[in-house]
Design a protein around this ligand. Sequence first.
Ligand code: SF4
Length: 327
Amino acid sequence: MLLKVENLKVEFYTYRGVVHALNGVNFHLDKGEILGLAGETGSGKSVTSLAIQKLLPPNAKIISGKILFDGIDLVELNEDEMRKIRGKRIATIFQDPHTYLNPVFRIEKQFIDVLLAHDPDIKKVELKKEREKLARAKAIEMLKMVSMPAPERILKMFPHELSGGMKQRVLLALAFSLNPDLIIADEATTALDVTIQSQILDIMEKLRRGKNVSILFITHDLGLIAENCQRIAIMYGGRVVEFGDVKKVLTNPLHPYTQGLINALLRIDKDIKPVSIPGTVPDLVNLPLGCPFYSRCAYALDECNKSFPEPVIVDGVRVNCHLFARK
Ligand code: SF4
């Protein structure tokens, strides 16, 4: 197991009050696995990603829980210790490739700066010129790995000269250049058109197989998770409410919220009209005492409004729902 998130709780302090963004998140990720983290906007996916990297904004705090990465509890690490892990062992690819490349530097400089600062083989070379030469050669190798045409020419360009798909490939190449153990892809393909999206996903899968990297794939798109992930974690109200093998969860969803997400999909294989989930996500400032899905759930029981359900394992899938706790 590479990553284990245990009972993670995060709060944001705002003018409206305390936002209970994560309320006991539990999941794990094995080496070389792609885990899909899904849920509506506001369910806690991106906060989970930021908490893992200890990149929460100043008005947010991890209240309790553990983030065990290769046996190290990241929650306990200070900023200097985290800086050695971020980028080097945990790399992130964000949704908007336009924002995460520095617009005033050529692609070459952005690679060289990262590799000179973090690549141990390059760092130990004495002469600066030699170090830069090695970094440039590695940048070309990484760009070739993400199937970038004419990598030497790309290195000389500024980000604004590249298309969205090309920028996302550069970010992928940067993310993989330090041989990380874990890549967090936070809606990394959402802003791309479907053709480029498919190419980027193929590259990620190729790199995962070649380098045995684990990927936490955060998306609201269940179709992408079905095609690319081995397991899935469904988030709602700052908790993982269903977690297990992707085929089992998507073909036989247990939690009413997972069922709602699947029923809301447009299906071309079946003559079924999509049905949206009624209501909206809960107000995280005034979270209900019981199940946060209570007000939207067609199967709600009396106890659902009183207590949050304990996890139950059904055919290898973990689910938090009173319907199963009863059986
Ligand atoms: Fe619905 Fe109750 Fe299950 Fe929540 S615990 S999803 S309200 S049945």
